[in-house]
Design a protein around this ligand. Structure first.
Ligand SMILES: [Cu+2]
Length: 281
């Protein structure tokens, strides 16, 4: 048999096995049912706790969309796999080889286009959410975050670079721009109830924008394995009224130490926007 004839025959066999006999309607119904059950269970779990920043509901919403999309894809795979395992299982005593299958162009185009649409959609949606979260409102408060093995400290540029160690105070309902400066290895800034998570990378300044919506005491957690003391690398975060915040910062006696100030001054390349800040000298 010539190559072309073999190809055609395999293609016909393949179509016979994989398209004509597929109970598409039943399988689609099974996919919808399974995806609905998985989505319902997964969405009923409160994965990330309280939503205490303006970004939190948007991020949770995005997570929910991803959960539903993933449930659909998971259901398609499980139903197709389950059907194939059941339908095409070997008969007892059948030791023969499987069918020689050439492929199915239509199927391959479909399973390329659909994931492409899903990836573009989720990428686009994430982009939109990130833009919304990071949009400055012109009334923001800048706070410098210094991370080093295994401690956090903070500088308050608007308050003559007052400095606090192990405890961060910020006002509620005010947009805070955190400028992060790692002094050694990569750390990561994470207050779970705010959802925002940002790496602190040595040599560059990274930025996170957060508007806390509730007062209270939280924990800042390092979420990048940074060495032996990583699990204890935490700081207390106190969100309070603007008045109480002002009072607290004014009571601080220390100023950001010179070595840390050096990294503040290096903040040019990644964040070119002018900051309202007093120079170190
Ligand atoms: Cu760490």
């Amino acid at each position: 048999m010539g190559r072309e004839a073999r190809r055609r025959r395999a293609s016909i066999e393949c179509r016979a096995v994989y398209s004509n006999r597929l109970p598409i309607a039943k399988m689609a119904a099974a996919v919808v049912a399974l995806a609905a059950v998985i989505s319902a269970v997964m969405l009923s779990i409160n994965w990330d706790g309280a939503e205490d920043s303006t970004a939190a509901p948007k991020i949770d919403n995005l997570l929910n969309i991803m959960i539903v999309l993933s449930s659909i894809i998971f259901a398609i795979v499980v139903v197709a796999l389950g059907y194939a395992l059941f339908k095409f299982r070997a008969k007892p005593g059948d030791e023969s080889d499987g069918e020689p299958i050439h492929g199915n162009t239509r199927l391959e185009i479909t399973w390329t286009i659909i994931p492409t649409i899903i990836v573009l959609f989720s990428g686009g949606w994430s982009w939109k959410v990130l833009n919304e979260i990071e949009e400055r409102n012109g009334h923001e408060l800048t706070v410098d975050v210094f991370s080093q093995q295994y401690a956090w400290s903070f500088g308050y540029p608007g308050k003559e670079y007052a400095y606090s160690q192990g405890v961060l105070h910020v006002p509620v309902n005010r947009q805070i721009v955190f400028k992060m400066h790692s002094q050694d290895v990569i750390h990561s800034f994470w207050v779970p109830q705010w959802r925002i998570k940002k790496d602190n990378v040595p040599g560059i300044t990274t930025t996170a924008v957060v508007t806390p919506t509730k007062t209270g005491t939280y924990q800042l957690i390092c979420t990048e394995l940074c060495g032996f003391g990583h699990s204890s690398m935490r700081a207390k975060v106190i969100i309070q009224s603007e008045k109480a915040y002002d009072k607290w910062v004014e009571g601080l006696t220390e100023k950001v130490p010179t070595p840390l100030m050096v990294s503040v001054k290096q903040d040019t390349e990644t964040n070119p926007e002018p900051l309202e800040r007093v120079d170190a000298e």
